[in-house]
Design a protein around this ligand. Structure first.
Ligand SMILES: *Cc1c(COP(=O)(O)O)cnc(C)c1O
Length: 377
């Protein structure tokens, strides 16, 4: 025993992958409908991605942010092409780090204006990461257990309830932060009405709107950013998971005026946005943009198939779907794994599906077949 016991690991040893399939050490094949939790956007062994990574690995892995980094500039340009207004990008290595930077950015923005608006409204069942800032922003007591005291300055509101947001906002509130579809919280979608009201409310109260797209971003829901479904105009957007197609990279995109609150020396990351991950990310971003109609098409086909199982509520958009079976779903996950389907369980009773974006309808049929068996339909 050499590892921390913080993970509940399933008894399988994956040794390689190909397309949407994983293979274990005994040569058994698994259909992967989890993609390393929305990370392996292009599946396994994408030829172009693999070649670009190999070539860049031979040239230059890392330089340091003390020097110019044209790789970051190229990725930033690609991301900003999708952003609703002029913005700037900061690179880090994970979702938690991206949210950490976003939280610091909110505070700095208001401090630079001489205002003490350091508080942020966050939503129950949200998830923003495991570092102290991002954990404090995560309004789920089970993740805080044993780690208190949390960072000061987060007020909790109920999702899809604008009056609870109004109640949570005070003189010192500087921002509202949310996922438009809560991932770890159980694939809980914000309603269009709620988001429209939230945007109006933020405009009216001069609050920064921070959208955590760590799970929903990178084409996962059928749009490049999930907030685009609702016509939102966020001040800050965070990205990670799918951004590197399997390599660790996170990003914060902010409206230019907001981004420029972080002056030289104010924040940083040693590894953030090194040449290797940025070269990979450029390929992933280009391919994801091409895959958007495919995600929408296969996603709605999958959603219909899940609904036709009639075992519970089907939630989510594109290829970020959940099936609430109304009882503990960890056993279903284990049985599915035995039958060669990789999925996971969130919020106790929600089977979560996050396949690589290259998944085809025939794979959906295969997954549905296994689900019918393990749910004993
Ligand atoms: C996974 C996730 C995070 C945390 O990302 P890490 O890379 O694990 O730090 C933050 N926000 C959301 C919405 C996530 O799904």
């Amino acid at each position: 025993m050499v590892l921390f016991e913080n993970y509940r690991r399933l008894p399988v040893k994956f040794v390689r992958g190909e397309g949407v399939y994983l293979y274990d050490d005994k040569g058994k094949r698994y259909l992967d409908f989890l993609a390393g939790i929305a990370v392996n956007t292009l599946g396994y062994g994408d030829k172009e991605l693999t070649e670009v990574i190999c070539e860049q690995a031979k040239r230059l892995l890392h330089i340091s942010n003390l020097f110019e980094n044209p790789w970051q500039e190229e990725v930033a340009e690609e991301l900003l092409r999708e952003f609703w207004t002029k913005g700037r990008v900061f690179f880090c290595n994970s979702g938690a780090e991206a949210n950490e930077a976003a939280i610091k950015l909110v505070r700095k923005y208001w401090r630079n204006r001489g205002e003490d608006r350091y508080r942020i409204v966050v939503f129950k069942n949200g998830f923003h990461g495991r570092t102290y800032g991002s954990l404090s922003a995560t309004a789920q007591p089970k993740f805080h257990e044993g780690f208190q005291p949390m960072l000061e300055g987060f007020d909790w509101a109920d999702l899809n309830d604008i009056s609870s947001v109004e109640k949570a906002v005070g003189e010192k509130t500087g921002a509202v932060m949310l996922e438009v579809i809560q991932g770890e919280g159980g694939i809980n979608e914000c309603t269009e009405d709620f988001l429209r009201n939230l945007q109006d409310f933020c405009n009216e109260k001069n609050l920064l709107l921070v959208i955590d797209e760590v799970q929903t971003g990178m084409g996962r829901t059928g749009r490049f950013f999930a907030y685009q479904h609702y016509g939102l105009k966020p001040d800050i957007v965070t990205l990670a998971k799918g951004l590197g197609g399997g390599l660790p990279i996170g990003a914060v995109i902010a409206r230019e005026e907001v981004a420029l609150s972080m002056g030289p020396g104010s924040h940083g990351s040693t590894f953030g946005g090194n040449p290797l991950v940025c070269e990979a990310s450029k390929v992933v971003i280009r391919k994801v943009k091409e895959l958007l109609p495919h995600v929408e098409e296969v996603g709605s086909y999958f959603k219909e198939k899940l609904q036709s199982l009639k075992v519970g509520e089907v939630k989510g958009k594109g290829l970020m779907l959940g099936l609430d079976i109304g009882r503990d779903c960890s056993e279903v996950v284990k049985k599915a794994l035995e039958k060669g389907l990789v999925i996971n369980c969130t919020a106790g009773s929600v089977l979560r599906f996050l396949p690589p974006l290259i998944v085809e309808k025939e794979h959906v049929d295969e997954a549905i077949g296994i689900l019918e068996e393990v749910l004993a339909l």
